[in-house]
Design a protein around this ligand. Structure first.
Ligand code: SF4
Ligand code: SF4
Length: 433
């Protein structure tokens, strides 16, 4: 079990009482009627526990999903619920302490990927993953996001628009360098374009070939497209950290960049949380309907294959596919990657749990950024390892570079022979001339 740590942060100068106060105000700001109803509806059936890889693999009751939102529940019962007065008067629900908040940091961040598997299975329809996201807002406000996150966000706050501090000029240089390396024409900051692709921080740091892949495919399609250096990094680490202001700033930078060049389509990269943010939340953040459609890259590929704008060679291979939770279960892009794999002629061997019920890689929701959560991630990977090996496939494709990185690390730790690869890069490597 991880040791809960009160992370140093922008709120480090605040004492324990101030930290508790900030967290409680953050929690209370989140408890709308939906969250309140959800917390009242739980019948304690325990089914969500069996859906959570952290509980299933460790047997630790602390990792029961509904237990992870205890801080929200406690704030609700004590401060705003219908019997709050009685709860306070008779001490039925004690005041939250700094020590509790520190413990909750481990539960709300380290041991929750916001994967939504528990939300899917709950008979009362309680979206625990959504409630965890809300709970993170209160924790972030109190300076209780893990230090790993705050380091990332501090860089971003230097007005670069990128969690890893990449400036517009650096991104422009990087794109041209990638174009030269992979011999592909890059379009950058074109004044007009139909399609604007975005990138993820993981691709920027670890898989830059993915940017060449998207460029190659869009050129093959004959599309009018451009990367925009004024809105490019879709990763949105702020979302998973609980930083609402940062989340909003990243989202709006992409919306405005796409509008600036009149794009009709914004393409989200191989990245899970960026997709759900842009598809489901961006219009709320923007305040009205988005003037463009949002496609995850696999959806663009499936669409292009269906209407003939993308033509591919067949690949003689046996493979399985890892569904990123935010793309399939929470995003709705479950069919598209299978359309792509079948168009390539790949012998697809599905895992025992796949599509909307697939298990998380263990790194989602920012858990991959938390160093001390490594042992928990290894537990989660064990489920995936067993299921992948049972398929007999020698390659596992995915459409999320965060999952790809987590699974790559997991595979190396067990000397795996299975290759973890990008579906986007597979298509780019097999375009017909
Ligand atoms: S599955 Fe739903 S109702 Fe059952 S314990 Fe979990 S949250 Fe409560
Ligand atoms: S969202 Fe996923 S990781 Fe978080 S509690 Fe639910 S099943 Fe577990």
């Amino acid at each position: 079990m991880n040791s809960p740590v009160v992370a140093p942060s922008r709120a480090a100068t605040v004492d324990d009482a101030g930290r508790v106060d900030q967290a409680m105000r953050g929690f209370l700001a989140e408890i709308g009627s939906g969250a309140a109803l959800a917390m009242e509806a739980c019948v304690h059936c325990g089914r969500c526990a069996e859906a959570c890889h952290f509980y299933v693999q460790t047997g630790d009751p602390r990792y029961t999903p509904i237990h992870k939102i205890a801080p929200l529940r406690q704030a609700y019962q004590r401060e705003v619920g219908p019997f709050a007065f009685a709860y306070r008067l008779f001490g039925l629900t004690p005041r939250v302490t700094a020590g509790q908040l520190a413990t909750w940091q481990d539960l709300i961040y380290d041991s929750c990927n916001m994967c939504g598997r528990c939300s899917l299975i709950c008979p009362m329809g309680i979206d625990i993953a959504g409630l965890v996201e809300q709970a993170r807002h209160g924790m972030f406000d109190a300076g209780l996001a893990p230090a790993d996150y705050l380091g990332v966000l501090a860089e971003k706050e230097h007005a670069t628009g990128s969690p890893f501090g990449l400036t517009r000029a650096q991104f422009r240089d990087m794109l041209h360098q990638v174009g030269r390396t992979h011999d592909v024409v890059m379009h950058v900051d074109e004044p007009r374009a139909d399609i604007v692709p975005t990138v993820s921080s993981v691709d920027l740091k670890t898989y830059p070939a993915s940017m060449a892949a998207i460029a190659k495919i869009l050129n093959h399609m004959g599309a009018a497209w451009t990367f925009r250096t004024d809105g490019f990094d879709a990763d949105n680490a702020s979302l998973t950290a609980g930083d609402r202001a940062g989340q909003r700033a990243i989202t709006l930078s992409i919306v405005r960049a796409a509008m600036e060049c009149g794009a009709g389509t914004v393409v989200m990269p191989e990245c899970g949380h960026s997709f759900t943010e842009m598809r489901w939340e961006a219009a709320n953040t923007f305040g009205r309907s988005l003037p463009f459609r949002v496609l995850q890259i696999t959806e663009l590929l499936a669409e292009g294959l269906a209407d003939g704008r993308i033509r591919v060679n067949r690949v003689a291979q046996t493979a399985t596919y890892h569904d990123a939770c935010q793309l399939s279960r929470r995003g709705g892009a479950t069919a598209a990657p299978r359309v792509v794999l079948h168009a390539l002629g790949i012998d697809v061997r599905e895992m025992a749990d796949s599509g909307d019920t697939g298990w998380c890689c263990g790194g989602g929701g920012g858990v991959a950024l938390i160093k001390r959560a490594q042992a928990l991630r290894a537990h989660a990977f064990e489920i995936k390892r067993r299921q992948v090996e049972a398929t007999g496939a020698d390659t596992m494709y995915t459409s999320c570079s965060g999952c790809r990185q987590t699974l790559d690390h997991g595979g190396k730790s067990v000397n795996w022979t299975t290759t973890v690869a990008s579906l986007l890069e597979l298509v780019a490597a097999n375009l017909k001339d």
